[in-house]
Design a binder for this molecule. Structure first.
Ligand SMILES: [Fe+2]
Length: 474
């Protein structure tokens, strides 16, 4: 009789979540096509990669142990390397422990520890995003323990050491904004007291003292993944997927498992003036969003574009037990929310007819300004077939879209790289990494953003799990 211990089903064996061994030293990719001569640098990305360790199992996609990988684009060709993220969370998991609070996987802590520490310390499994902040390459998740990554080895150098400022201990989003005009990093931090305090902070890229520019207090704290930024305002999306701090005390549930959906509350948009700190609120219909796309001011109106799901069901659809049954439909709708000064109700309009996730723009050029093009990756289940995937471009002027597809690959977030001195907003390339549907290989596709046709494709014999975000760095 089988007496095996039941353990949760795994997604590590299926595309696009398989992984190969790490490549700590550079391996050359096989390149087809022509890489633009001006495209030199490195695409660095993160992904959840390990879902099952010794006695530990991720219960949510966001909790897979992180991997950092990079495609280096140089004169001599394209080279690839990868490394699992050495974190306290990973070291715990490989020992079968789960002491740190994570997104959707329960903690296992003895009663005495839960009593003296009612809320667990937060994970340092920084598997969501990686970006250059000043000199540092920084891996991020939605926590308070960002990690500096060594440019050459991709190994962890140590924690980002913020000055002991007013935000000590607060969690930060994994989606900071970079304001080139002010030479400033802008991000949002949440502190859980009796009430929640969501603060907007800024600092020079090379500085690590965070200056709070404004804050919003709320009894019901929304899940904040991104925010909008214009030259005047930071815009918080307080959708009705929210939590009261008291629910998290002495609990062993994952962070997000304390959140409830309150559609009757609608979605609140909180504008925080970056100069005065003044707070203004608008309200509109309930929806759930991970990602904003862009925001800008237009006369007495503030416009915010984001990718919205009808409700927070997508958070459940990304649980491992759900993903082994059916891979998630990652095609939220692009909504334009218009907030007029003096009018509480915000209006909502759908832009285009194509749904997609993992948005990108010509970031440096259009952030905080009116713009024309949005890009993203669309992934969705198809009956009896492999996971469908497309890299999408949406023209907001005409409402039309175009796409790049290749059924052998599941593509993730496209990263836009502008051609130096390019005239048009879409003059540049999209860099996207595909996970093979049927082989242990991955591919960097260099796509002409004007035509959405591939210019070059660089393939490596290494399976890379579909992940979240990354950056093109020099
Ligand atoms: Fe994200």
């Amino acid at each position: 009789m089988a007496t095996m211990l039941a353990h949760p089903p795994s997604i590590e064996t299926r595309a696009p979540f398989r992984r190969s061994r790490e490549y700590h030293t550079v391996v050359p990719a096989v390149v087809e096509g022509e890489v633009p001569h001006w495209l030199r640098g490195e695409l660095v990305r993160t992904c959840p990669a390990v879902f099952d360790a010794a006695g530990w199992h991720a219960r949510h996609w966001f909790d897979g142990l992180g991997m950092v990988y990079a495609f280096h684009i140089g004169e001599a060709g394209i080279g690839f390397r990868s490394r699992l993220l050495d974190s306290e969370a990973a070291r715990d998991a490989w020992q079968g422990k789960a002491r740190l609070g994570s997104f959707g996987t329960p903690t296992v802590r003895p009663l005495w520890q839960r009593l003296v520490e009612p809320v667990p310390r937060i994970t340092d499994n920084n598997n969501v995003n990686i970006a250059r902040i000043g000199q540092d390459l920084v891996a991020m998740t939605e926590g308070n323990r960002q990690l500096v990554i060594d440019d050459t080895t991709l190994a962890v150098d140590g924690p980002v050491r913020y000055a002991s400022d007013a935000l000590h201990g607060s969690i930060m989003t994994a989606h900071p904004h970079f304001d080139a005009e002010r030479n400033s990093v802008v991000n949002v931090a949440t502190a859980f007291g009796r009430k929640g305090t969501i603060s907007v902070y800024e600092h020079a890229p090379g500085a690590r003292r965070r200056e709070v520019v404004g804050a919003w207090q709320t009894g019901r704290i929304p899940y904040v993944h991104t925010f909008g930024l214009t030259p005047r305002n930071a815009i918080l999306v307080a959708h009705p997927f929210a939590v009261k701090t008291s629910k998290m005390l002495w609990s062993s549930k994952g962070y997000i498992d304390h959140f409830d959906w309150h559609p009757e509350a609608g979605t609140h948009l909180v504008l925080i003036d970056r100069d005065s700190g003044a707070v203004r609120e608008h309200v509109t219909e309930p929806f759930f969003a991970f990602h904003t796309v862009n925001a800008f001011e237009r006369g007495d109106e503030t416009v915010l574009d984001l990718l919205a799901y009808p409700d927070a069901g997508i958070v459940d659809a990304l649980r491992i037990e759900r993903m082994v049954e059916e891979l998630p439909d990652l095609r939220p709708a692009l909504l334009r929310i218009v907030m007029r000064q003096g009018v509480t109700r915000a209006t909502v309009e759908r832009l285009g007819d194509t749904g997609f996730e993992f948005p990108a723009t010509n970031y440096r050029r259009v952030t905080g300004r009116p713009y024309r093009y949005a890009y993203g990756a669309a992934n969705w289940p198809q009956a009896g077939q492999a996971y469908a995937s497309a890299v999408v471009k949406l023209d907001l002027e005409s409402g039309t879209s175009s796409a790049f597809r290749d059924e052998a690959w599941v593509f993730g977030e496209p990263v836009f790289v502008a051609r130096p001195h390019g005239e048009e907003e879409d003059d540049g390339v999209l860099l996207t990494v595909g996970s093979a549907q049927d082989a242990d290989s991955a591919q960097l596709a260099v796509i002409d953003a004007r035509t959405m046709t591939p210019l070059a494709r660089a393939t490596v014999a290494s399976a890379i799990p579909l992940g979240f975000h990354g950056s093109f760095v020099h």
